[in-house]
Ligand binder design. Structure first.
Ligand code: CDP
Length: 213
């Protein structure tokens, strides 16, 4: 079984994906981390994220050690990730790994959960269950600020809100694989919904799909 979860920055995709993977004992792939790793390669090398040949090169021979680098989660890495993610060459270099993870999940798991921006539309269009997780930009900025402060990072709400909106625009406006809801995705608006409620709703949908028809 493949579960595809898409949505904008800080909508709660990652938390939902992790919890679903744990409940159903499926493998989990945070596809945003791949774009972040490409961006981090450039940042660490002092290269501008808009340098397309360098980004393509980094995505072709992705350094998987970077996936556990604490700098992967920095706000600047996320911003640079959305820049490299708009490059066709980068997206196509990362595609096979993601598709293969869905079809052949590691450790012989019986299913995979992938979260990102184009999972239900491009990477796994035939996924068994698709979710589109969203929330208002204000609510998402509020969550991101709270999450940063809990890690002891100084965060300014207005700045984070501006970042969230800029990232939405870039992710939805790009030509290749823009962020959009697949027609057959379940919409989960989490603006006024706590993560437990979101999880219970999504888990019920997955359970229903697992039942013999
Ligand atoms: O955690 P957050 O939602 O802030 O971002 P992320 O999921 O780690 O993704 C970082 C950036 O990578 C996004 O802003 C997208 O531009 C890009 N991305 C993408 O284009 N396609 C994906 N499947 C996943 C991420």
């Amino acid at each position: 079984m493949i579960i595809a979860i898409d949505g904008p920055a800080a909508a709660g995709k990652g938390t939902l994906a992790r919890r679903l993977a744990e409940k159903f004992n499926f493998a989990y792939l945070d596809t945003g981390a791949l774009y972040r790793a490409v961006a981090l390669t450039l940042i660490k090398g002092g290269v501008d994220p808009s340098n397309e040949p360098a980004a393509e090169k980094a995505s072709k021979a992705l350094d998987h050690a970077l996936l556990s680098d604490p700098e992967l989660r920095l706000e600047d890495t996320g911003k640079a990730a959305s820049v490299v993610a708009s490059m066709l060459g980068v997206r196509s270099n990362l595609m096979d790994f993601q598709k293969n993870f869905g079809v052949n999940p590691p450790s012989n798991k019986s299913g995979a959960v992938l979260d990102g921006r184009d999972i239900g539309t491009v990477i796994c269009p035939a996924a068994d269950v698709k979710f589109f997780v969203t929330a208002s930009a204000e609510e998402r900025a509020k969550r991101r600020v709270a999450e940063m402060r809990s890690r002891g990072v100084n965060a300014n709400f207005e700045e984070i809100l501006a970042d969230v909106k800029a990232r939405d625009e870039r992710d939805m406006g790009r030509k290749d694989a823009p962020l959009e809801k697949a027609a057959d995705a379940h919409l989960l608006d989490t603006t006024d919904l706590a993560i437990d409620a979101v999880f219970l709703r999504a888990a019920a949908i997955v359970e229903n799909c697992l039942k013999p028809q």
